[in-house]
Design a protein around this ligand. Structure first.
Ligand code: SAH
Ligand code: DHB
Ligand code: MG
Length: 227
């Protein structure tokens, strides 16, 4: 069996194969990726299959209100907004005004801006505002911003949830760096702390899964709120 295909790791080629079958790109997604690269945003958007995975979760749970923490250029937002029913909404929090601007343009081009509300600012400032305005509870919450704040984001996700809310935390393996128990790097500390909280939290039933694909070795945590 070949270990590499055309110089790429085998799993990248398998991810490409699955993706082309089950999460094929289209004009709008392609345009968003192109705009993100042209604006020199970091190439850390979810992969097509991860976008499709979020869609499957939204359909499974019949989610109508989605909260995203970390918009970047709105690539994941497009996938999620597309899975929502007509009156469904995504609120997406983004720190960088330039990222938010690119995301708004991408969502506009994709015909989805009417379903998405991008709030610019540090998420830890936007979340209390959201909470005070009675925006919750959300049906699905996708945490994908600065990993050092994941413990705080998890707390806010719980506050903004109900029984049955699904919480997804992206990038929990990061090429294995999550194993560095003694690390003082804020993103590793934040990721590990978040996982520990998920394990210990009686209101959550949580799992962590590693993934290999076009973004290399990574993973996500998936939890459902029990009460
Ligand atoms: N969900 C996107 C990728 C998000 S990348 C996708 O898959 O397409 C992470 C984003 O989080 C970046 O745009 C970064 O600017 C943003 N971010 C970083 N720190 C933040 C903070 N404190 N509050 C809100 N957003 C933040
Ligand atoms: C990084 C962030 C992400 O959200 C991601 O999906 C991949 C990498 C990063 O900060 O390196
Ligand atoms: Mg991510």
């Amino acid at each position: 069996m070949p270990r590499k295909t055309a110089g790429k790791p085998l799993w990248a080629s398998i991810d490409r194969y699955f993706g082309d079958l089950l999460a094929p790109s289209d004009e709008k997604l392609e345009a968003a990726v192109k705009a993100n690269r042209k604006a020199r945003l970091p190439a850390i958007d979810v992969s097509p299959l991860q976008g499709k995975f979020l869609q499957v979760l939204i359909q499974m749970t019949q989610a109508k209100r989605v909260l995203e923490i970390g918009t970047l250029g709105g690539y994941s937002t497009i996938w999620m907004a597309r899975a929502l029913p007509k009156r469904g909404r995504v609120i997406s929090l983004e720190f960088n005004p330039r990222h938010a601007e690119v995301a708004r343009a991408n969502l506009h081009c994709a015909g989805l801006l009417n379903r998405v509300d991008i709030r610019v600012g540090p998420a830890l400032e936007s979340l209390p505002v959201l909470n005070a305005s009675g925006a919750g509870p959300f049906d699905l919450i996708f945490i994908d911003a600065d990993k050092e704040n994941n413990p705080h984001y998890l707390q806010w996700a719980l506050k903004l949830s109900r029984r049955g809310t699904v919480i997804v935390v992206d990038n929990i393996a990061r090429q294995g760096s999550v194993l560095e128990a003694k690390s003082s790097k804020p993103d590793i500390v934040g990721t590990r702390r978040c996982l520990e909280m998920m394990a210990a939290e009686p209101r959550l039933c949580a799992v962590a899964l590693q993934t290999v694909g076009v973004k290399g070795l990574d993973g996500f945590a998936l939890a459902v709120v029990l009460r």
